[in-house]
Design a protein around this ligand. Structure first.
Ligand SMILES: *[C@@H]1O[C@H](CO)[C@@H](O)[C@H](O)[C@H]1NC(C)=O
Ligand SMILES: *[C@@H]1O[C@H](CO)[C@@H](O)[C@H](O)[C@H]1NC(C)=O
Ligand SMILES: *[C@@H]1O[C@H](CO)[C@@H](O)[C@H](O)[C@H]1NC(C)=O
Ligand SMILES: *[C@@H]1O[C@H](CO)[C@@H](O)[C@H](O)[C@H]1NC(C)=O
Ligand SMILES: *[C@@H]1O[C@H](CO)[C@@H](O)[C@H](O)[C@H]1NC(C)=O
Length: 501
């Protein structure tokens, strides 16, 4: 929880002496009531379903830019919204048509059960405007017709200020550097700079502007800030699920901000604190959805007054939370349009967190987030400890290499957890070059052996407490308690064994 901030911002309309947190009675000793608002997982189908989805590749497009559409055609047994029975003997591939402004455009062929096929979409019927266009995608398989819709944002370039795009192919944000749009992986602390929550990235300070729900103040603040060149994104909701804000508050605020911000030149973010409390409703107001599970505290969650809602009290609470958020977004059909970031703990001496995490523990929190799909790390908060400053500098130095992998469309990700050691590989498509990140969540030494072909080029990009040894054909990484390590390999590398030592 971001308690300290809440206490400071007493003027907010929704902070009425919260008697509950995540829908649970706050104080131990009060009656235990079911909080409600549990995520509705879809039912299972007996027959395979086609989950046809279309999405623009980027949001927003600016007038004059080429527009492309990505098509996903996954086969699923989950009765997610829009999925329909596949029928017998479905073809291996099929044609998809997009309907825009009443005109039909044949996009091309898509393999059945594939993701990320990209097609260009003619823009001659598009006029730049603040309201999104609705595109209907249609596919015919044998006698069955499948239909799905998506929203395309096609804006006039802003007269002043910056634009931050979302890359729906990878989940990264894109900012303009000269003439090209480049992926950015934000790492930086919640802090106040010039009165706004800010963080440094690539040596430049970028602002994450905090605008809460009170309509008049949102309007005032957005109008004041929106033309700044270093504005990256808006931040609307600090744990709205914790305080049980109205369920429509995050969406109403997002729509208002988009409207004031030229139709949506910058994404809107918020952080959810509860494990499972009206997730679908609150997350609908986020382009960037953050989770703020901290280092292990207690695992008693019958009451709101606990450090971590529905947590088990180990580091896996962080990775589980990111996994759950991503899985639910996928089931809601929002996995491309919503990107997930993590908020690691960088404070201590507070209610449930008697000490600061060490620099190494901070890196574990962050690598767990990244290994499970987070595209930004925004620790709470600054000023922090010397150890965490060391850890965040080490991660920031590695980020230029990390983003090259994460922001490559079609990168193949292999993630696993064994003996409390969380590993992930990102292999660039059509190459043997991979990024490897590992976090030892044990308070105990670990020895991790990798199979590595001889003469494999390797570059260490992050060292959070690891030493290297090994013979030709393998690498042994000795990971201290809560150590992390990061490598780029040019060669087919895999995990052989992971042993507690
Ligand atoms: C669809 O693709 C997924 C992911 O590649 C795979 O696990 C699954 O077996 C495939 N399903 C069918 C019916 O081919
Ligand atoms: C938002 O929800 C509240 C109930 O919590 C309702 O009174 C209000 O009319 C809703 N606002 C809109 C714009 O739907
Ligand atoms: C979690 O709960 C179990 C059983 O109640 C307890 O033994 C354990 O100490 C708790 N862990 C933490 C980190 O609080
Ligand atoms: C863990 O490994 C380090 C060397 O990497 C060593 O200095 C330390 O003594 C080991 N600790 C334990 C508890 O074995
Ligand atoms: C591992 O921890 C030991 C102390 O337990 C320390 O002496 C050593 O420097 C650490 N190694 C690395 C690589 O951080």
């Amino acid at each position: 929880m971001m308690v300290s901030l809440k206490l400071l911002l007493s003027s907010l309309p929704f902070l009425v002496n919260a008697q509950t947190w995540c829908g649970k009675n706050y104080m131990e000793g009060s009656p235990i009531v079911p909080p409600g608002g549990q995520f509705q997982y879809p039912e299972t189908s007996d027959v395979p379903l086609l989950n046809l989805q279309c999405s623009p590749a980027v949001k927003p497009y600016l007038q004059g830019e080429a527009v492309s559409i990505i098509v996903d055609s996954r086969i699923t047994f989950s009765k997610v919204s829009g999925a329909a029975p596949l029928g017998t003997y479905p073809p291996k591939s099929f044609e998809v048509t997009a309907i825009l402004n009443g005109q039909s455009h044949q996009l091309g062929h898509v393999q059945l059960n594939s993701t990320g096929t990209e097609f260009s979409l003619p823009t001659n019927s598009l006029v730049a405007r603040k309201e999104p266009y609705t595109i209907t995608c249609v596919a015919k398989l044998a006698t069955q017709t499948y239909e799905t819709t998506t929203q395309l944002l096609y804006l006039e370039p802003p007269a002043k200020g910056s634009v931050t795009k979302q890359d729906f192919k990878t989940g990264s944000l894109l900012v303009k550097n000269g003439n090209s749009w480049e992926p950015i992986f934000p790492i930086g602390f919640y802090t106040t700079f010039d009165g706004y929550l800010s963080f440094r990235s690539d040596g430049r300070t970028r602002s994450l502007v905090d605008v809460r729900y009170a309509i008049t103040s949102v309007t005032e603040q957005v109008n004041m800030i929106k033309d700044r060149s270093n504005l990256l994104l808006w931040y609307t909701g600090d744990e709205p699920d914790g305080t049980s804000d109205p369920l429509n508050a995050t969406v109403i605020t997002k729509e208002l901000i988009n409207n004031l911000d030229g139709g949506g030149y910058h994404p809107v973010s918020l952080v959810l604190n509860c494990e499972n409390y009206y997730f679908a409703e609150y997350s609908a107001g986020a382009d960037v959805l953050m989770q703020d599970t901290y280092i292990p505290t207690s695992n008693i969650s019958d009451y709101g007054d606990c450090g971590c809602d529905n947590c088990k009290g180990n580091f896996q609470d962080i990775s589980t939370r990111v996994d759950e958020f991503k899985q639910r977004l996928d089931l809601l059909g929002r996995s491309r349009s919503t990107t997930v970031w993590s908020v690691p703990q960088a404070f201590g001496m507070d209610t449930y967190w008697p000490r600061f995490p060490t620099g190494q523990e901070w890196l574990v929190e962050s690598i767990l987030g990244i290994n499970h799909g987070s595209f930004g790390i925004i620790p709470w908060d600054d000023p922090t400890s010397a150890g965490i400053r060391w850890g965040s500098s080490a991660l920031a130095a590695a980020v230029p290499r990390i983003i090259q992998f994460l922001a490559t469309p079609g990168v193949e990700v292999t993630q696993s957890l064994e003996n409390g050691v969380d590993t992930a590989f990102w292999q660039l498509p059509g190459t043997e070059t991979s990024l490897f990140l590992v976090a030892n969540t044990n308070y105990q030494n670990v020895s991790l052996t990798l199979n590595v072909p001889q003469n494999t080029n390797r570059v260490e990009i992050l060292n959070g407490g690891a030493t290297l040894s090994g013979a030709p054909g393998e690498i042994v990484l000795n990971l201290n308690a809560t150590a992390t390590s990061g490598w780029v390999f040019e060669g087919e590398v895999s995990v052989k064994t992971i042993k507690l030592t």
